[in-house]
Design a protein around this ligand. Structure first.
Ligand code: ATR
Length: 269
């Protein structure tokens, strides 16, 4: 029997996840279906209840429901607790298991696909919303020094405070960044959606630096800025999307798909 999965978000119509998971299923011979479902903004719990009643085995969760998914899960992984957000749900009997594969997705994209070693690098993370929160612990655990910058300093400070006792993560305002240089600058703000650029000073990128925008499918003002400022390696979030999907797929199906053919296919679209 075909096992049913889905990605839940709002909006969701442009999601590439169904394409990605269908390719994974073909490649690994798994008999699954995977569709994109738009949940009403006020009806996420009801949407999940319906999927469970209809026999779905699990789902991915995207903006703006990752925190609600975290709250709905009856058991959560350490990665989900670190991120305070869940992007992967597994329905098992009366339990809802919650995990977060965004961070490992980013790490896999940077280290495996882009082949940029992370250990002992200095990273600047732009933004302090859910996207930033999801990747901070995995980067920290990979041996990356982190500064998190945000328009609203309090939100960045809250994220940085979570590392107290484990190490030091600094929270800064954009205007405090002048004169600092980084190996890696990750745009985890939603500024690209509105074609805006966070107020970044010149000279942020060290020689050989990586500029990474977690958005995909668009040459954002941040990526244009990074290019003009001489960042050596420029990447959007498409690889992260495929890698987080591969980890979700492996959690559900106990088989890890090869991401490269899927990335190649997406680049040709
Ligand atoms: P997500 O879950 O995608 O991270 P979010 O929680 O709404 O979404 O967070 C959006 C982030 O992008 C925030 O850090 C926000 O900054 P503020 O907290 O100061 O609002 C940031 N952001 C959005 N538009 C921005 C812009 N034009 N310039 C700089 N930062 C921006």
């Amino acid at each position: 029997m075909t096992d049913k999965y889905a990605v839940i978000g709002n909006p969701i119509s442009h999601s590439k996840s169904p394409f990605i998971h269908k390719m994974f299923a073909q490649q690994t011979g798994q008999d699954i279906s995977y569709e994109a479902i738009e949940s009403p903004l006020e009806g996420f719990a009801e949407t999940i209840a319906r999927l469970r009643a209809e026999g779905y085995k699990g789902c991915n969760v995207t903006v703006p429901f990752k925190f609600e998914a975290y709250q709905l899960a009856t058991q959560r992984s350490g990665r989900a607790n670190d991120a305070n957000a869940v992007n992967t749900l597994i329905f098992e009997g009366d339990q809802i298991l919650g995990d977060n594969t965004d961070g490992v997705g980013l790490l896999a994209d940077i280290e495996k696909n882009i082949q940029y070693p992370l250990f002992l690098k200095d990273a600047l993370i732009l933004g302090a919303g859910g996207a930033a929160a999801g990747v901070m612990w995995p980067l920290f655990n990979a041996g990356v020094g982190i500064i998190v910058a945000n328009r609203t300093l309090e939100k960045a400070q809250t994220l940085a405070d979570a590392f107290e006792g484990a190490g030091t993560v600094f929270a800064k305002r954009y205007e405090d960044l002048a004169g600092r240089r980084f190996d890696i600058v990750i745009n985890a703000t939603s500024s690209g959606l509105s074609d805006e650029l966070p107020p970044l000073p010149d000279g942020l990128f060290k020689p050989g630096a990586l500029a990474y925008d977690m958005m995909y499918g668009k040459d954002t003002p941040f990526l244009k800025f990074a290019r003009a400022q001489g960042a050596a390696v420029i990447a959007d979030g498409l690889g992260m999307l495929v890698e987080q999907a591969a980890t979700s797929f492996a959690l559900w199906r106990k088989v890890r798909p090869d991401t490269q053919p899927v990335l190649d296919a997406l680049h040709k679209l």
